[in-house]
Ligand binder design. Sequence first.
Ligand code: PLP
Length: 453
Amino acid sequence: MLDRNQNFLRENNARYQFHPMIHPMLSQAHPPQIIVAGDGCRVTDIDGKTYIDGVGGLWNVNVGHNRPEVKQAIIAQMDQISYYSSFAGTATPPSIELSALVCGMADVEEADKIVFSANGSDAVETALKLARQYWRLAGEPGRYKFISLKNGYHGVHFGGVSVNGSPYYRGAYEPLLPGCTQIDTPWTYRNPYSQDPEELAQIIADLLDREIRHQGPQTVAAFIAEPVQGAGGVIVPPASFWPKLREVCDRYGVLLIADEVVTGFGRSGSMFGARGWGVKPDIMCLAKGISAGYVPLGATVLNRRVVSAWYQGITPEGFLMHGYTATGHPLACAAALAALDIVIREDLPGNAARQGTRLIEKLKPLADSSSIVGEVRGKGLMIGLDLVADKVSRASLDPSNGIAERVAAYARDEGAIVRPAGSTIILSPPLVINEAECDILASALTAAFARIE
Ligand code: PLP
């Protein structure tokens, strides 16, 4: 890159872009790191320094950066046609191929239809809107409410924010959708109920049962949750929690929506997070890993129970009045076909399970050696280091003191990019990571924490 360009980039970094999830004055004071290249599990910044990408783009570059197979698939599609819509009257070959592939893979009970979009937020919005439309078609239009978990993250659209389980994301944008409530999350490390995971799972399942009855089952459309909560702090539920969720939803006919935007396609160590818990949801939200971040793509998969409501005859209410210009974008679908081929061929869910176990083992000693690491937890390659002010009370470190950001800055000095999120340091490297790269990541983070002491 020419120096002239470098100067331009440095001067205008954070000048015009209004960056998400940060105050613009902070973003100007601490300009974002400019990433210029990537290969496999490594990325290079504008200063020419190379790092292990411990964030995997943003939980999404599962197959690693710069994969020739994905690049060639995108170029081959561009050689045919870069864009045509998949609206009512037209479709493109990659969108048709990908719809069959993902419905065949997806773990909803009898996956029947897929709605493509461009992001995880779109996938969630689609799920919520179609859940409501389902109930209208099924003759129960009074079912419009959604229940979700505290600490859950479901993207940034009005529907997704309404079911979001953290006030940080909600406050500035209220009033939100009516009829959305959150119950406590089954967080073994930090909850007022029980330290026994299975007892906790039952308590939270009972809370859901009680909330559905409190709202009135005839008013509840769906329950939505992530199989492993990601942005909320990498919270892994007890093993029996999702089977119990399925039971409670079935008891009242409530649809179960799995937000697999992060967990889909291997990140939590199984092809889908819900599969890891032995559960099939009714609706599944997908994005991120589906196209490994090469081109934005979201998808919402519906099971036969849901789709059958549309097949009782052609009525005005049954038209799908929802979709995006980018629905079924051929470049995104071509990228996804190539990326998922790698996920399957290289058994990336298996590698995520193996390397995740290794990385957690390497990082666990930090819970003893560092005064601020309360817990190291995770599943597959979703790993969180919980930062505490006090190990006995497990009170979270105040995120406003900037310690998580300092840890991340020190880790960068040591050659690894990690993500500070509130009072958690999150690791979500590409699923192709190998043992040596895991070890570099763990060493960099260990050295970073040593500098905090
Ligand atoms: N759902 C979950 C579980 C997510 O983690 C995210 C993003 O991190 C989203 C939805 C929103 O996805 P996007 O940022 O692509 O809109």
